[in-house]
Design a protein around this ligand. Sequence first.
Ligand code: MF3
Ligand code: CO
Ligand code: CO
Length: 332
Amino acid sequence: MGVFPKANDRCWCGSGKKFKRCHKAATSPVQPGRISRLRPVPDSIVKPTWADGGHADRWDEPRVKSPEIIERMRRTGRDAADLLAYLGTLCQPGVTTEEIDAACHDRAIELNAYPSPLEYPGPVIAFPKSVCSSVNEVICHGIPDDRPLRDGDIVNLDVTLFREGVHGDTNATFFVGEVDELSKRLVRVTRESLEKGIEAAKPGRPVNEIGRAIQTHAEAQGFGVVRDFVGHGIGEQFHTDLQICHYYHPRLTDIMEPGMTFTIEPMITAGSWKVRLWDDGWTAVTADGSRTAQFEHTILMTDDGAEILTTPADTSTHPYWDTEPLSTSGVA
Ligand code: MF3
Ligand code: CO
Ligand code: CO
């Protein structure tokens, strides 16, 4: 369902060649698959308001969190990160995204946590699964289904846990088998873009410095920055009103203060950054069918910069990286 260039149009990779002579073969569009029935969550797990068909209550949550809430967010964030790292090891040819979802769901429950995406309200349907799985040209919010991962795919898994009354939100893009060079560069530059955004996050600065740093890095590599989805304040609510754009937005001048918690989650495209939505109201794909990658951390603003709340305890469980660990990013 992704919309691809016509065979004789120029390819989105910038080679100047016709699409049919360039990335067409490598690009069989992701199609909507079959979605299995809702997985139950035991009554012993404390649930957010949207579980069991409820609404996502919104209230005026303080942007600066108490030390006690921050401690809870550290614990929930660390477990979300460890779960993401584990799910990354499952990204192998032949494994369906639904199997990855089942693993996420079961592990969340073992951790005494609710998988935040499950039943989160959307424009058409509530999100029916416990993790978002976004393959190739899917930018974000892909719904796990019966599609087996294929050699050469890239897949983003976005894990959010709710426990002790707070959310921890983190995602990463994984390689499935051997991927092409452009995809490798896209994934590396996206990870670097998150790192640049984190480095730009300093108390006293406006939040649009984050997007400026990300956009500068991604566009210097010839890549696009998705505008339609942004980072967000997070805490007792999954998404608060605080917006973190991943491109430079002159009017986003909220000043970063110690104690604030928010996500940075750039979505970077090999071609156009324009978005199309599937009929499910969730699955967002690039308008031109180009591949796209994303990385996300939940961060805490401290007196001297960002503390990452979603660093896994053991980064060696990330066998998919072909590059050096980055200095400030725990997901490396
Ligand atoms: N985790 C996503 C984010 O980074 C939100 C997913 S909403 C869902 O903000 F319902 F799709 F799960
Ligand atoms: Co997020
Ligand atoms: Co997320």
